[in-house]
Design a protein around this ligand. Structure first.
Ligand code: ADP
Ligand code: MG
Length: 242
């Protein structure tokens, strides 16, 4: 089950002064839901997502994926797959190898099965023709699709996206919004999507979690948040009429 439960989660980065990046945040994500975490730069979105992914230790609180507490569980054992803002593709590997490598490393699936998954994911993302190229010879949009394909082949219970469209031009960004939504409709995989773009959040999501200063401001459907913002920050951020 692809539910995610975040319970009183905090993240404090050591330093002088220390930074409270995520401040006692709690909410739940339903199985199959497309939930977007939206907020301005520095509001703790990436930190929260990286804690769900297991790429960042949590300072306090509990994260559950399905009915399992994943505090301390390694990223590859969490049944999640993440797509990064800069795609994080290996430059010296072909697109195909980029998509298969994680599975080869962390599972004992037979190569035939892995290649079958790569083929299907590449078809889904429209990059079959690009599989033998290296990332440096692909456009930004193609790299984005390969990075998403790499997440698909893992067949995770949860997709985690950190600003996946922010490096694309405006037109492609609009197009990819629709594509990612269609992908989620088709696969039904729980999706946690991070963006600073309120319009992206409003158009793509089942529900939105608005964060600011490391704190959850409001969570609800785009309509609820637009029609009944809980405070001035939320109303201003989503552009509700005063
Ligand atoms: P967002 O993704 O919303 O822009 P981040 O989660 O990246 O926000 O950052 C939240 C806060 O935590 C910011 O003040 C940022 O400077 C700080 N921060 C993020 N990563 C680190 C780190 N590795 N060390 C120290 N501070 C960090
Ligand atoms: Mg970020």
């Amino acid at each position: 089950m692809g539910t995610v439960s975040i319970e009183n989660v905090r993240k404090v980065y050591d330093g002088d002064p220390e930074v409270v990046a995520v401040d006692d945040v709690s909410f739940e994500i339903a199985d199959g839901e497309f939930l977007t975490i939206v907020g301005p730069s520095g509001s703790g979105k990436s930190t929260l997502l990286r804690m769900i992914a297991g790429l960042e230790d949590i300072s306090d609180g509990t994260i559950r994926i399905g009915d399992r507490v994943v505090n301390g569980v390694q990223p590859q054992d969490r049944d999640v797959a993440m797509v990064f803002q800069n795609y994080a593709l290996y430059p010296h590997m072909s697109a195909r190898k980029n998509m298969s490598y994680g599975l080869e490393l962390t599972t004992d699936l037979p190569d035939e099965k892995i290649q079958q998954r790569v083929k299907e994911a590449a078809e889904m993302m429209g990059v079959t023709e690009q599989l033998d190229k290296r990332p440096g010879n692909l456009s930004g949009g193609q790299q984005q699709r390969i990075a998403t394909g790499r997440a698909i082949v893992r067949e995770p219970s949860v997709f985690l996206f950190d600003e996946p469209l922010s490096n694309l031009d405006a037109k492609l960004r609009l197009h990819m919004r629709t594509e990612l939504q269609q992908l989620q409709d088709k696969l039904g995989t729980t999706t946690v999507y991070v963006t600073h773009d309120q319009e992206e959040a409003m158009t793509m999501s089942d529900r939105i979690a608005v964060v600011n200063g490391g704190q959850l401001q409001q969570i609800g459907t785009p309509e609820e948040i637009y029609d009944e913002p809980r405070n001035l920050f939320v109303g201003d951020f989503v552009g509700s009429p005063p």
